[in-house]
Design a protein around this ligand. Structure first.
Ligand code: 0O2
Length: 208
């Protein structure tokens, strides 16, 4: 019986990367369509760029352990939301919320959870809107809704998060206090830059 369960779990593990890749492709296609449509209609798209990735098995297992769950296929599916991950970088903060609202209104995307680290940045200064979604994959046995995490950020937020990622890993997860303070102040500077660009945009629009 144990062997049967083990072999079922192994089968599920083997299928996993392909399913998440396919779900990401479906999601990419939806977002590309939006981007093109926006460009045709308004002359510009609020989506600057898109990046997606499937989480490495090693990182999935590390995250599961960090969260305190036993290793099983069910625990991975239930508790790890970002196996399929997409990052959408936008020009302005309001574009981020516009996109999130659009996702919520669609029938071919289920919004499961929204974590608003823009309204409430993380203690280290991290800002992004995380939208956990499920997208339908039509398989031979029927429709399977596959989870994905969409991180929506402005260019300034993305710049900060990318730099923080580099610096954080360089210090092997132990940041000296003054570096952490400087990083937080850099996050505030990024936020100021976003606000300044928004003010400039308003002025420019008023000119035309
Ligand atoms: P990687 O290597 O980027 O994939 P939970 O809400 O606890 O169930 P989770 O997934 O821990 O789940 O939540 P959270 O906080 O929404 O973070 C998910 C992802 O957001 C992270 O994935 C990062 O990609 C990004 N992120 C969150 N906080 C920070 C931060 O302080 N700095 C940077 N640069 N990115 C951050 P991973 O798996 O941690 O990492």
């Amino acid at each position: 019986e144990l062997n049967e369960e083990l072999s079922r779990q192994l089968d599920e593990f083997k299928k996993m990367p392909a399913l998440y890749h396919l779900a990401l492709k479906e999601l990419e296609n939806k977002v590309e369509t939006l981007k093109t449509e926006w460009k045709m209609r308004d002359g510009y798209s609020p989506i600057e760029h898109i990046k997606s990735r499937v989480k490495e098995p090693k990182s999935i297992l590390q995250k599961l352990e960090r969260k305190g769950y036993a290793l099983s296929f069910e625990n991975i599916e239930t508790h790890i939301h970002d196996i399929a991950g997409m990052r959408i970088v936008c020009a302005f903060v309001k574009d981020i919320y516009r996109l999130a609202d659009h996702f919520s209104a669609r029938e071919d995307i289920r919004v499961l959870e929204i974590k608003d680290y823009i309204a409430q940045p993380k203690p280290n200064g991290y800002q992004s809107l995380h939208v956990i979604v499920a997208v339908p994959l039509i398989l031979l046995d029927g429709t399977k809704w596959v989870k994905a995490e969409i991180q929506l950020r402005t260019l300034a937020m993305d710049f900060w998060a990318s730099m923080e990622h580099i610096l954080y890993y360089k210090y092997d997860k132990q940041l000296p206090a003054h570096v952490a303070d400087e990083l937080k102040s850099a996050a505030r500077a990024a936020d100021e830059l976003d606000k300044k660009m928004l003010r400039l945009r308003r002025e420019i629009l008023e000119l035309s």
